[in-house]
Structures are given as C-alpha cells and as structure tokens.
Design a protein around this ligand. Sequence first.
Ligand code: SAM
Ligand code: SF4
Ligand code: SF4
Length: 387
Amino acid sequence: MSDPHTHRVIPLQDLRPSALTLPDAALRDDLRISANGLLADQRGRPLRDLRISVTDRCNFRCNYCMPKEIFDKDYAYLPHSALLSFEEITRLTRQFIAHGVQKIRLTGGEPLLRKHLERLVEQLAALRTLDGKPLDLTLTTNGSLLTRKAQALKDAGLQRITVSLDALDNAVFRRMNDVDFPVADVLAGIEAARAAGLGPIKINMVVKRGTNEQQILPMARYFRGSGMVLRFIEYMDVGATNGWRMDEVLPSADVIRLLQSELPLVALEPTQPGETAQRWGYADAQGRRHDPSLGEIGVISSVTQAFCSDCNRARLSTEGQLYLCLFAEKGYDLRHLLRGEASDADLINAIGHIWQGRRDNYSQQRQLMGPDTGPAVKRVEMSYIGG
Ligand code: SAM
Ligand code: SF4
Ligand code: SF4
C-alpha cells in the first residue's frame, strides 16, 4: 500500500459530465509510470499514433459527418478559449512521445481552418521520437484551402498529407459535401500539395452505397499511376448524428471485387503494425505481380473487418480530451491538468495510467454483437475528435 501522505492531489474542478474521471493512480507521485515507450494497454497494445483535432469547425457539411440539419448556424461550436493552444498541443505531444508515439496526424473538423496552423506544424516538426527520429507528421484535410496553404505547410515541416475526396463527378461531390464545393478546386489543392512536395499523398474516399459507389472505378482510374494512394473507407457509424444504416455500407470486399473486374490487383503485405488500411497493388499486364509504377490502393474496413487487435491510436480532441477509441463516448480531460499545476511528469503519468487502463475494441464488439447493439450509444462526433 502507498503512503497517503505522498499522495499529491491535483484539484479536479472541471468535472463536466462529458469528461471521464482520471484514474486515481494518474495523479499520484508514488505510482509513477516510466516513460520508456514500453507502455501497453489492457490488450497489450502500445501507444504509437496520436491524432490531434485542431478545430471542431468545418466549411463542408458532408452528410456522413456533419449533417447540415444538426451543424447549422445555431450549433454551439467551442469558443476559442476552450481550444488547446499550439503551445499546449506541443507540450502534450512531447509527453505522448515519451510513451512511444511516433506518428502525429492533425485533423478536425477542417484543420486548415485553424489560423496559422503552420506554426503548430513548425513546433511539432521540431520534436523527436524516443529514438531521436523526426515524427511521422501528417494532416488530413478536405483540400478546399490547400492551394493557399500547401507551400507554407511544407515549409513548416509537414511531410505528407491526406486529402478527402468522395467523387470525381461534380454533381455527386457537391451533393456529398453539401455546400456546393466543386471537385475542380479540391483537385487543384491536391496538385498544389504535390507541387509543394508533400508526399506521398493519400486520397480518402468514403464509400456510401446508393450515393457514390459509381465513383469507385472513375476514382481508381484517375489516381492509378499518379503516385497517390487512393483509400476506400467503409461508411462508419461514428458520432450520433449521421443516421448511419448498415445497408448504406458497401463492404470493402465488394469494392475490391468491383476494381478487380477492370483493374487487376494483388494483395500487398502491411508496412507496419496497427495499419488501418489493407493494401492492394495494381497488377502488371499479366495480372500476376504488382507493378509499382501503377501504384496501390487501400481499403479501410472498420465495419466489416475490425482491426482493433493492434490499434495503437489515441485521439486528442479540440479541447484537450484524450479519447481511447474513435467510438468512445467520453474522453479524459487533459486540458484541466495542463491549465492547472501539472508538471510534465504529472502529464506523463496521467497519460500512462489512462492508456494502461484502455480496453476499447468497439469494432470487434460491433462485429460480434451487431451494429445497433454496440457498447457506446452516445458516441462523440468525428468532427470533434477527428478521423
Ligand atoms: N475535414 C478533414 C477531412 O475531411 O479530410 C479532416 C477531418 S475528417 C473527420 C477525417 C476523415 O474522416 C475524412 O477522410 C472523412 O472522409 C472521414 N469520415 C468522416 N465521417 C466518416 C464516416 N461516417 N465514415 C467513414 N469515414 C468518415
Ligand atoms: Fe468536414 Fe471532413 Fe467532416 Fe467533411 S469529413 S464534414 S470535410 S470534417
Ligand atoms: Fe481502434 Fe476503437 Fe477503431 Fe477498434 S474501434 S480500431 S479500438 S479506434
């Protein structure tokens, strides 16, 4: 048993109902967790990947993410004072790195709406992993502001980028982003990113049955051989506002079958553990071997093929809550610690204890129990914790 006199308590005034209470051990000097990259959760999964949402706002209203009816002019977005500052994000990132994080993805909402984002990129690019390497630093964007921002992001130290694009057909795309944003402007953004040297570029396409499945082949034809990796994402039941239905999910197996009918593919090995996408390479003329000049695609099958067993991803919300799963209902309030008296060692300890307690495996459970009986009923919105 520990001595209660060494039990230094950091006041927890900000107990908003939406935040989980930190594990008791997280705030104790006598139960320090070593920050040596060996941290593992209850299922033996390390912490390697941190996704940071820098804004809960977006200039699109993709119906699968921020439907217009909910995210209207009366929607209460976070006030600026609630957002983590760039300095706070960088400080926290340092403590995550101490536990082994190697990859950072900036996301949102639309991350490029956050003013001077390149300043944050610059601060993060200066950090080093536990073995002294630069972070794998990337960003997911809807591409709408890339023509203006790509070069500044590259100059600040961003390495690569993922651009979301759900269709090449202008009418389909405008309907999906629901703000009448034209495809041509996203393609121009992608071109600006390529010209700035942000690469390899990944393109994310959320596939919704009955909405854009006719766009699968045109998208594949367009990006095949371009050096960019197109990734087909199963429409997920994230958040609580998109009215998700299983019959609107087109399983990745069907996407692969459709592609194979015209553009032969061969399965590729994963490049690293915990990878979300299954990789497929375009085959050579004989249809047997991968032709690297044609590139590859990925499928992200979080509905039909759970990949929780090696999920090493943590998510930091716009206001500094730590979420252990994309489908979590609540997060742990790290901002409160940051803005209190917590030292770096306290933060390292808190993150360590939170991760050690992690059991989340929502997709696996959903696969076992069926989508509507999953454990979380009031899941957090994706625009708040990022994809
Ligand atoms: N606004 C940026 C964008 O769209 O790229 C970054 C944030 S967005 C939440 C991150 C990724 O999540 C995007 O690729 C988006 O298409 C994907 N996404 C959002 N809602 C989704 C859903 N219900 N199912 C699958 N993917 C989704
Ligand atoms: Fe905005 Fe991205 Fe969500 Fe679309 S997917 S509404 S672009 S945050
Ligand atoms: Fe990771 Fe949760 Fe997704 Fe499973 S459902 S892969 S635990 S984020």
